[in-house]
Design a protein. Structure first.
Length: 408
């Protein structure tokens, strides 16, 4: 059966297929677990999380109705991208996938960004991670929370989910990192494979904007300008810092969970996309972690699975099921299924865009049972398992890398 990009069989209670999926009971048995009935939610536009050093972090909260009487789990995302006006629409989409089904959601601005106090001087700095541990403790102690906290996010939010999980805060029961890296030097936007990347400079320019942007006067209050000036004064020459470390030294090892995967002790569901340059982290985490874990790779880029165009997965089912399993003690069957699900595309996106990528979903254990390498050799206009007879002429008329030519 060929499935479009927005569809995934739920024969074993996995992801619910998109609207075009065949719901015939003969072809797709009823999942063993179903989404809870939706309930109203309460949104708190800004709540202050006061840290031990007196700094206030700004949080936006979505709380299911009735949580004060019957506490619920909470999942949070921790970003520098301004909860009020930066990724507000994306945060709302995440909240609507969780809160109506009994999972509270919190979006917290990192120290020195958005409406949070303090200053930021680098990505994944020690203060950011320590603050994250305090945030988890604060969330777990709210009257509407059952004491169990999950962490999720894509890119920055996925990377710091891994890093904070490696610090093992007691209330953090599970994480869902997406589009992330486990090695900051080799796999992030700086030294891809060990080579200085052009993306390093592009990202560095964007990063300066986030570090220097002002807080919202309506939230921060009359001293918003003073807080803004503190940020501007503290903003470092970040590109100089990054290019001053051209080897895999202590600077990059800090925060790279690949140094010691064993520090992560909670369950992990890692999600990636084939069009995302970070997609190889899925296999890396599944192979090296020793905790309950799952992986998913879909036909999308550096986006969450509920957001890619032209269509997306009905992601609420899968994500709520993960959190119910690990934060609420509900047996949903999610861990009885294959460790990895991946989309097997039949054509590339450049061939079919803007139509959906044709293909099918496959499932496997990890590592795959048939994990022997396939060696293909150059042939006459083809790749083949067999060595071509005779010689193959090739004219090297394409430049690779940067060459130097001295005029004399």
């Amino acid at each position: 059966m060929t499935l479009a990009r927005g569809e995934l069989l739920a024969a074993t209670g996995a992801l619910v297929a998109g609207p075009a999926a065949d719901s015939s009971p003969q072809k797709r048995p009823t999942p063993r677990w179903t989404l809870p009935a939706k309930r109203p939610i309460r949104v708190i536009e800004n709540a202050w999380i006061r840290l031990s050093d007196g700094t206030r972090l700004a949080a936006r909260l979505w709380i299911p109705a009735g949580a004060e009487e019957q506490p619920v789990p909470v999942v949070w995302e921790y970003l520098p991208y301004r909860k009020q006006d930066g990724v507000r629409e994306r945060d709302e989409a995440t909240a609507q996938n969780l809160a109506p089904y009994g999972i509270a959601f919190a979006r917290v601005d990192i120290r020195g960004t958005g409406d949070s106090g303090g200053v930021m001087t680098d990505e994944y700095a020690t203060p950011e991670l320590n603050d994250g541990v305090e945030c988890i403790d604060w969330l777990s102690r709210q009257a509407w929370c059952n004491g169990s906290v999950g962490m999720r996010g894509i890119s920055w939010g996925g990377i710091n989910s891994l890093q904070i999980a490696a610090m093992a805060p007691p209330a953090l029961k599970a994480i869902m990192p997406m589009g992330c890296v486990d090695n900051r030097y080799l796999r992030d936007a700086h030294y891809i494979g060990g080579a200085l990347a052009a993306e390093n400079f592009k990202w560095g320019s964007y990063f300066k904007v986030y570090m220097g942007a002002p807080p919202d006067p309506e939230i921060t209050g009359a001293d918003w300008e003073e807080e803004w000036r503190k940020r501007l004064d503290a903003t470092p020459t970040i590109l100089k810092d990054w290019t001053s470390h051209q080897r895999y030294d202590e600077y990059w090892q800090r925060g790279s969970v690949a140094i010691d995967y064993g520090r992560i002790r909670c369950p992990v569901y890692v999600v990636g996309g084939w069009l995302d340059p970070y997609s190889d982290v899925v296999g890396s985490l599944l192979a090296n972690l020793r905790v309950p874990r799952k992986g998913l790779i879909g036909p999308w880029g550096h986006v969450m699975p509920n957001l890619p165009t032209p269509s997306a997965l009905d992601w609420a089912y899968e994500e709520v099921r993960w959190w119910q399993e690990w934060l609420a003690g509900v047996h949903t069957g999610i861990m009885d299924e294959p460790m990895l699900r991946a989309y097997l595309p039949y054509r590339t996106i450049s061939e079919v865009y803007p139509a959906e990528i044709p293909g099918r979903w496959v499932a496997t254990s990890w590592p795959p049972i048939d994990d022997k390498p396939l060696v293909l050799r150059l042939g006459h206009g083809v790749l083949s398992r067999f060595k071509a007879k005779g010689s193959l002429p090739y004219v090297g008329d394409k430049l690779v890398g940067i060459g130097r030519h001295d005029e004399r």
